[in-house]
Design a protein around this ligand. Sequence first.
Ligand SMILES: Cc1ncc(COP(=O)(O)O)c(C=O)c1O
Length: 383
Amino acid sequence: MTDSLTAFAAEKLDQLETRSLRRRLVPTDRLDGLWVERGGRRLLSFSCNDYLNLSHHPAVKAAAMAAVERYGAGAGASRLVTGDHPVFGELEARLAALKGKQAACVFGSGYLANAGIIPTVMGPGDLILADELAHACIWSGAQLSGATVLAFRHNDMADLAQKLAAQRGAAARCLIATDGVFSMDGDLAPLDAVSSLARANDAWLLVDDAHGLGVVGPGGAGAGSVYPTAHIDLSMGTFSKALGGYGAYVCASAPVIDLIKTRARTFVYTTGLPPANAAAALAALDVIADDPDLVAGPLANARRFTRALNLPEATSAVVPIMIGEADRALAVAQVLESAGFLAVAIRPPTVPAGTARLRLAFTAGHTARDIDGLMSAIVGLVP
Ligand SMILES: Cc1ncc(COP(=O)(O)O)c(C=O)c1O
């Protein structure tokens, strides 16, 4: 006999399957920063966030391996207990300097970072305004905080201004939260305008720059560096995209970071990131600092693609190809896979209903031939 939980799950899955929204894991062997093996076939990936192919960079791997030898495979405990290996302090100092802030805090992941930072500084009686396309973990953090949470229309400063005018007065504190580079659309938030509105309305600004670090701005310093006049109170990002590893950070003033290290539940009540991940991130930051040509690669490659296909010019490594319905997006991705390209379909609820897409991620390692090959395979498949 089927128990009620199992029956519930099976029915939910059936409903999702009918709408082409069920998700399945596909074992994937990433052979290097570009090629993957799936089902015994080699595919050229345009779906990894490994924009600089650093996940397989010899110096990054060597740093991780040396750290495993020295510190072991895991942190051993929360960083507030015995897990604060010296490599974390080194990485935090490095990140704070990069972002021009007094201090930084490293988290286990980007999701944990936003889920912990936002409830640390916001609570009931406060107001959070987030871009409607902000990453899921910003929404999770906002909901966990107990503050009033409102979405403003994507990159629409008039809508943000109107919502601030209507709602700011009633709230004790106010936080504006946005991605720096939007993960599924690849466009940048107009951080200068967002920051001006934040300052004019006594609001704090959190920017999640997971997809900006290592790719946009001078030296790959991130979306904030594209808008040098923007004042970002909480400058958050991850090691999981261009840095090729895992983990995340937030940079801010020293008291804010001390408060986060004292109170953020996803920092206090969780085991520290394995120290090898921090060592890998440090090595990746070295590569980024030493190799401006590598850093320029993803955007140049994305632009080669958008220019050739007459798409809006890429502003980051991410280029969406809008398809519409989920089943059609899955079918297009399948055709591309048969042609040797991995371009995974992104479906709701990751993106709004009716905007299923291929989300292409260009990396420094893609050659002109790779990009032209993808173009030939895509032309004719999409509207
Ligand atoms: C904008 C953005 N923020 C945060 C995250 C979460 O980071 P992590 O994968 O380290 O949890 C992601 C993607 O995963 C992202 O795209």
